[in-house]
Design a protein around this ligand. Structure first.
Ligand code: PLP
Length: 384
């Protein structure tokens, strides 16, 4: 059975060009980039080239790119750094729909005595700019707001929000783990201080990330030890993965330049096909401002987990907005924050496409999913 992989916001296939570029750095060019001899120096050059490729994706300078182990480390580091460099400030701003990589960090600092403002969203997952403006105070150490939501694909007005923070002298971080490589980001135009990227969401391997740190922004390392990354992130560089991430960024930039309309068209074909064929279904999120690859659809009176199990039997990989906590299936914090009605929120499925998704994949899902929902509704104790 063919695998129809529509869970690219969870992780993505390593691009063959990425794999090929990484290959020599395992058994042939395995030197330590910090070594003095040429064998190490050549490897250091590869790391620098990759740094330039990542910087180009963001419109940044190479010196502003720090390689980390993952998006989570980048998020932790940005918030840590802002707190450590401004010990007098005791307030943090975020949203209630962040990934746990930010939400749980905020909760940690809250337990250390920080005050945290979590901005609410409306039914479409949009932020209220008046609420945001009110949240910014002279005591705010950092604003951390995602560029795009991992569950719904909703894109936040980061440009405007970063400008508002900067006008008040407040440090701004964005978790761009889902946005980078899918939509254009230019740090020359958007006054971000910190930005997080994760390799495995953009066809590089798992275990490599990036933290962009704007020049002259005060910084305290999260990982201490050796002098790697100019003292900003200790630990011997993960050279093959860094090289791979550089190529992945280059491929993503080419894709963005060519336009992602084709991917968005496939996403819409999936969405429209399913909504037309399955009564009592609805799309979640801000469809006007959305990543081109993401669709979150709710099907009334069915359990998301049950849908995923039956889709799995058809070779379809997707993800649900539910999390099994203490025996009860709770809708995700994102759908709850959007106040998606309970009987819809439970039956939510996130489909996320990639450059490798074909029209055949989409048509297969549109054809095979309606009977799955019909079957589950027959079994469901909840009726209209
Ligand atoms: N931030 C967002 C928005 C994500 O979607 C994810 C992963 O799903 C992360 C952070 C964490 O990234 P990583 O898996 O590289 O730690």
């Amino acid at each position: 059975m063919k695998t129809i992989y529509l869970d690219n916001n969870a992780t993505s296939q390593v691009a063959s060009q990425v794999k090929d570029a990484m290959q020599p750095y395992f058994c042939e060019l395995y030197g330590n980039p910090s070594s003095m001899y040429t064998f190490g120096g050549n490897v250091a050059k590869a790391v620098q080239d990759a740094r330039a490729q990542v910087a180009e994706l963001l419109g940044a300078d190479s010196s502003e790119i720090i390689f980390t182990a993952c998006g989570t480390e980048s998020d932790n580091t940005a918030i840590w750094s802002a707190i450590q460099t401004q010990p007098e400030k005791r307030h943090l701003v975020t949203t209630c729909v962040e990934h746990p990589a930010v939400l749980n960090v905020m909760q940690f600092w809250e337990r250390q005595g920080y005050r945290v403002t979590r901005l609410s969203v409306d039914n479409f997952g949009r932020l209220d700019m008046a609420e945001y403006e009110k949240a910014l105070t002279p005591d705010t150490a950092i604003v951390s707001i995602m560029s795009a939501n991992n569950e719904t694909g909703t894109i936040f007005p980061i440009d405007e929000m970063a400008k508002m923070a900067h006008e008040r002298g407040i440090v701004f971080h964005t978790d761009a783990v889902q946005a980078a490589g899918k939509i254009a980001i230019n740090v020359k135009e958007t006054p971000l201080d910190f930005l997080s990227i994760s390799g495995h969401k953009i066809h590089a391997p798992k275990g490599i990330g990036v933290l962009y740190v704007r020049k002259n922004v005060r910084f305290r390392p999260f990982m201490r030890g050796g002098h790697q990354e100019r003292g900003r992130r200790a630990g011997t560089e993960n050279v093959p993965y860094i090289v791979g991430l550089g190529v992945a960024c280059q491929l993503a930039l080419d894709e963005i330049k060519q336009g992602t309309a084709e991917m968005a068209a496939l996403r819409d074909r999936l969405e429209q096909g399913l909504v037309a064929k399955i009564p009592n279904s609805r799309v979640n999120g801000d469809v006007e401002h959305r990543l081109p690859n993401t669709s979150n659809i709710s099907f009334k009176n069915v359990e998301g987990e049950a849908i995923l199990l039956l889709l799995d039997q058809l070779g379809i990989c997707a993800s649900s907005g539910s999390a099994c906590t203490s025996g009860s299936l709770e809708p995700s914090h994102v759908l709850r924050a959007m106040q998606v009605p309970f009987n819809f929120a439970h039956g939510s499925v996130r489909f996320s496409l990639s450059r490798y998704t074909s029209a055949e994949d989409i048509d297969y899902v549109v054809e095979n999913m309606p009977p799955v929902i019909a079957k589950l509704r027959e079994l469901s104790p909840f009726k209209d």
